[in-house]
Write a protein of this length. Sequence first.
Length: 119
Amino acid sequence: MDSSALVKLVVAEAESDPLRRALGRDPDQVASAIVEVEVVRAVRRAAPGLVPQAQRVVAQLSVVEVTGSIRARAASLDPSALRPLDALQDQDPVEVVHLVQDRPGLEAVGLHQAPPPLK
């Protein structure tokens, strides 16, 4: 799940309702830990009063820390015009979801699931 999609869950846009319906069918979402910063900052710019809601949205995700192997894969990801944060978030979601369900598999490829944030 990328940051722009998560912002749509907080700040109403044309795609917000279809996105909510899609997520209702598949609520187990995984994202890069970068969303914890990027989503809240984007919402602060667009609708500062909705920051608490943005924090709740990102708190519901399983996040994958940005390890050395993720950074290395992101650096070589095509196309080269892809923005750095997009490249970091554009890891294979099927692989990440499988690895999150299989913690030893997650760690075997250099990924680490972040613990849920303190409330």
